[in-house]
Design a protein around this ligand. Structure first.
Ligand SMILES: [Zn+2]
Ligand SMILES: [Zn+2]
Ligand SMILES: [Zn+2]
Length: 331
């Protein structure tokens, strides 16, 4: 019998359809041969990207030259542009404003053949530092309300270049997904007077059936109402609304946790495509409630279609307990 599960945060319903239960092997993909050509993200091709915004590089090396290990550049085809004012405008029912914002690419390694899950823990920590640094820099622009780091891994998840990279987008408006989470936080606060994410951490630790990995300050689990097979959330155990205020020990633990979780995901499913989202509290805005930053990893093994678009509900063929079990036991 399929089971309907409600996500405590978004109150979205998920259909866990054990009828068509899928095990890791049903999803296993064949590894793709990496190809190296005239890749603009590779070391030596720095002049083929727009001028760099920020890079971690060896002392004595020049901007837009070799010698870096993590490098941030503007997106060559930005979804939003940094110039101008918002100019909100209303025409009858139709609201518009200028597409003011920022769209940056974080090149995670100078080497082409390294997949994200193959980064060393130290490299992963450097990438997290770069996410933090860009987060803190962009919010100085008071027009911006939201900064989101995300990653598309694999062409089925929207990646147009295979060289390992993440992206950062800064928006002048609050994303609907964040407004929904804020509503969920408020609802739980009124009902239980506690942070729903902190409560989730407690419940997942006690239950343990959906736990994937735990380090001193981070926890990774498959959420109870997972929208996608092998969906994984990573949360800091310390209640902190703002990713920009991540502490040094948390950067170290997040590096360990991300590396471990992504390696297990790749090992269990054969490098599946996925989207990674980093959700943090809005910037330059008072939301009247205390957020709890987190990472969501959404493997793209099923395709959203009419049912999902029409209802905003999801059918997930893999119970998160089964997903967590195979991720736990993978080494
Ligand atoms: Zn490359
Ligand atoms: Zn919390
Ligand atoms: Zn979220």
């Amino acid at each position: 019998m399929p089971e309907l599960r409600q996500d405590p945060l978004s109150q979205r319903w998920i259909i866990i359809s054990s009828e068509r239960a899928k095990r890791p092997n049903d999803f296993k993909l064949r590894p793709v041969e990496p190809h190296v050509g005239e890749c603009v993200f590779c070391a030596g091709n720095e002049n083929k990207t727009p001028p760099e915004i920020w890079a971690y590089r060896s002392p004595g090396t020049e901007r837009d030259q070799d010698g870096w290990w993590v490098r941030t550049v503007p997106n060559k085809f930005p979804a939003l542009g940094i110039e101008g004012s918002l100019n909100e405008h209303m025409n009858g029912l139709h609201k518009s404003m200028n597409g003011v914002g920022a769209h940056e690419v974080i090149i995670e390694t100078p080497r082409h053949q390294i997949e994200t899950h193959q980064h060393s823990v130290e490299q992963m920590q450097e990438i997290i530092r770069m996410w933090r640094d860009r987060h803190l820099d962009l919010r100085q622009d008071k027009r911006l309300k939201y900064v989101m780091v995300f990653k598309n891994e694999g062409s089925d998840a929207g990646a147009s270049l295979e060289h390992s990279h993440s992206q950062l987008i800064a928006l002048p408006i609050l994303p609907k997904a964040i407004e929904e989470e804020i509503d969920g936080i408020k609802r739980h606060l009124e009902a239980a007077n506690r942070c729903i994410f902190c409560d989730m951490i407690e419940q997942e630790k006690q239950d343990y059936s959906r736990m994937v990995f735990e380090s001193e300050s981070m926890i990774a689990f498959c959420p109870y109402a997972s929208r996608f097979p092998f969906e994984i959330w990573i949360l800091p155990k310390r209640h902190e609304p703002d990713f920009g205020f991540i502490r040094e020990n948390e950067i170290q633990d997040l590096g360990i946790t991300l590396q471990e979780v992504l390696a297990r995901l790749a090992g269990t499913l054969g490098s599946p495509p996925y989207n990674l989202l980093l959700h943090s509290t809005p910037v330059n805005t008072d939301i009247g409630v205390s957020y709890h930053w987190h990472i969501e990893i959404l493997p793209r093994l099923t395709k959203a279609a009419g049912f999902e678009f029409g209802t905003d509900y999801y059918i997930n063929p893999t119970p998160p307990e089964i997903a967590a079990d195979s991720l736990q036991s993978f080494h």
